[in-house]
Design a protein around this ligand. Sequence first.
Ligand SMILES: [Fe+2]
Length: 217
Amino acid sequence: MKKLSRRNLMQLGMVGTVTALFKASESWGEMIAVPTPKEVEGPFYPAVDQIDKDADLTRVGGRNGRAKGQQIIIRGSVKNIGGQPVENAIIDIWQANAAGRYNHPRDSNPAPEDSYFQGWAIIRSDASGLYRFRTVKPGAYPATKSWTRPPHIHFKISRQGFPQLITQMYFPNESLNAIDLLYRNKTGAEQTLMTARQTGEYEGMLIYTYNIVLGKS
Ligand SMILES: [Fe+2]
């Protein structure tokens, strides 16, 4: 990572932003990125294996249709706390469909299943530590009678030499975030690290960026 002095950062108007994302060593000579916060795995990690686990969750191999819902792209980097890219990390992703239903035998939500939605992917970061997938925005769903989970995507990231990271990615500007029993338990800085940013658009699909930092073993 390029070293920036506190003065450089002030000139860039970035002190507030950067202090939320980095812990500085005493000298500010070395920037240490804060690892992405962990979150519980939840009850719906896929229970039944499936052939198609590629980076396009809006289609299922062998089926001629597209998943319902708003198509989006999620992309980002996987880095270590020193800011170096982590290549070949295994990124295991699972989520509810646009109606808020998981493809899981224990999901009792009466919302409809979507046989064109892949729901689960296992991809890898590339040589530059980057990853990308296409999916649909997951729906909110009832966790209990009084608790509605906001839209989120589950991530499990594995790479030799790093502790496995299990977490959940949230979407910005969701009114359900602030009252979610998991999200609201995080500090503001942790919430920032766990929430994707909307960074563009590609062929009508919103692009969200979610950068991941793996901690030390
Ligand atoms: Fe979930």
